[in-house]
Design a protein around this ligand. Structure first.
Ligand code: PMP
Length: 467
């Protein structure tokens, strides 16, 4: 058995040989398809408890995709809510978990639980191998050069705060600019405001065009030799916009600015390649990638990571401690104080295996098709306005409905078993761009179907008829 099989990883990412179709959100940016990883993840010998190894569908020889295949793995999608079959359209908030992830986490606690890195016993070794195997899988998933470029965090928010507190404090000063597009999630705004206040740097908003694209002329105008950082998401959680991150990054680099890419809404939808993007930092949350909550990752270029000081002190991040002198461990461990979310990493590894077991360009093309179908279906609902219409986008449909408050819309749909989100979606500046404080949002994933979209449209039509 080869090493990738032990980890449940396909030898190469199934998406690696595919090319995005014209219909895929990756249209014109075939570079989002990652090349085959240069180095396979390390041995995970010993990490053999149920759920961690070759139990998943991902070990089938040929990658393929259909929403039915994905649905079959999702136990929760077979429950009812308010007497109706669940229609989960709240994937932007969190995705559901395949049985492979549930079994891996439960298998770890049932047979593999141990702390890592310290003990000399078998189970500590097994857990360490699984944890470090997870790091290698994330590196491969993102197209990073080495597992050492991956720091585990609680999620996107913590990863951004880590960069703000460690890199930001050391590299920002009075008069420096941090460019932040108006469509960003609060977690890619507030940490920069906090560190800007401390360092007397400035957070400079980059405006949007009416359709929800970033105004690239305004972006170019705002870039200068004062710009230290551009913080932008690869997909907007409220407008769905997928900005030209690679091009924006190249432009920022001309001014020697660093670029942090928030991949929270991107990773589940299309293949990511940090090397091709030339991103300096890339962050994401496991729970939006079919993995457990409480685990996520930061990728950083090795030379940047190497220079980053610890932001939290404690166990696991030191080489030696005395009252005279404390020496820190090398990265990434220097940035991971305390016991990490070991079961979360086990679940994240299983989720990455699950998703990469599908033909990812086919997943992206399907989601784009479903988005088009949903846009047409919602256009039949009287008084419904979709917010954001950028041409390159993920399947996020944020909308208002004349005469109905977003919370009322979500309540109504919930009675039909349909889960959508209502509120400001942690993106108040993006909504304010449209003169709104709140909206309803249906966010789709690979396991959603046209029938579910029909149910959404039909329920909204009934709401409009009800008065
Ligand atoms: N960025 C974006 C674009 C998001 O959609 C989210 C979550 N909605 C976050 C950041 C924050 O993610 P988390 O709460 O998992 O840290």
């Amino acid at each position: 058995m080869t090493t990738p099989d032990l980890l449940g990883l396909p030898a190469t990412a199934p998406g690696a040989t595919g090319v995005p179709t014209a219909a895929s959100p990756a249209a014109g940016t075939a570079s989002r398809v990652p090349p085959p990883a240069a180095t396979p993840p390390p041995e995970a010998a010993g990490a053999t408890w149920p759920g961690i190894g070759a139990t998943g569908r991902q070990n089938s020889q040929q990658p393929s995709f259909s929403p039915e295949l994905a649905r079959r793995d999702m136990p929760i999608l077979h429950r009812t809510v308010n007497g109706k079959p669940l229609v989960w359209l709240d994937n932007g908030a969190t995705t559901q978990k395949p049985r492979q992830v549930i079994e891996a986490v439960s298998g770890f606690y049932g047979a593999g639980n141990s702390n890592i890195h310290r003990g000399a016993h078998t189970m500590a070794r097994e857990a360490t191998e699984a944890y470090e195997g997870g790091r290698a899988a994330v590196a491969q998933f993102l197209g990073a050069g080495s597992p050492d470029e991956i720091v585990f965090t609680r999620g996107t928010t913590e990863a951004i705060n880590l960069v703000a507190q460690s890199w930001g404090r050391a590299n920002l000063g009075p008069g420096d600019d941090i460019l932040v597009p108006v469509l960003e999630h609060h977690s890619n705004i507030v940490p920069w405001q906090m560190v800007a206040k401390e360092t007397r740097a400035r957070v400079v908003p980059v405006p949007l065009r009416p359709d929800g694209q970033i105004d690239l002329d305004a972006y170019a105008d705002r870039l200068s030799m004062r710009t230290r950082l551009v913080a932008l998401s690869q997909a907007s959680n409220v407008l769905g916009t997928v900005p030209p991150v690679k091009e924006m990054t190249a432009l920022a680099h001309r001014y020697r600015a660093k670029v942090l890419v928030d991949g929270a809404q991107a990773v589940a939808h299309f293949p990511v390649d940090v090397a091709d993007l030339d991103a300096d930092f890339y962050v994401f949350s496991g729970h939006k990638l079919f993995a457990p909550t409480g685990i996520g990752a930061l990728y950083a270029k090795p030379e940047i990571l190497e220079a980053m000081a610890p932001w939290q002190g404690g166990g696991n991040m030191i080489e030696s401690v005395s009252f005279e002198q404390t020496d820190y461990a090398p990265v990434p461990h220097r940035l991971e104080a305390g016991t990490g979310h070991i079961a979360g990493v086990v679940g994240l590894l299983a989720a990455v295996n699950w998703l990469t077991g599908f033909d990812r360009p086919a997943v992206a093309a399907y989601e784009t098709e479903l988005l088009g179908y949903a846009q047409q279906a919602l256009a039949t609902v009287p008084g419904l306005d979709l917010i954001g219409s950028a041409p390159d986008r993920i399947a996020v449909l944020t909308f208002t409905l004349a005469g109905h408050d977003p919370v009322e819309i979500a309540d109504w749909l919930d009675r039909d078993g349909i889960a959508v989100r209502a509120g400001h979606h942690c993106a108040q500046p993006a909504l304010a761009h449209y003169g709104l404080a709140s909206a309803a949002r249906a966010s789709l994933a690979l396991y959603n179907t046209p029938e579910e979209v029909d149910q959404l449209a039909a329920s909204l039509q009934r709401l409009q008829k009800s008065g």
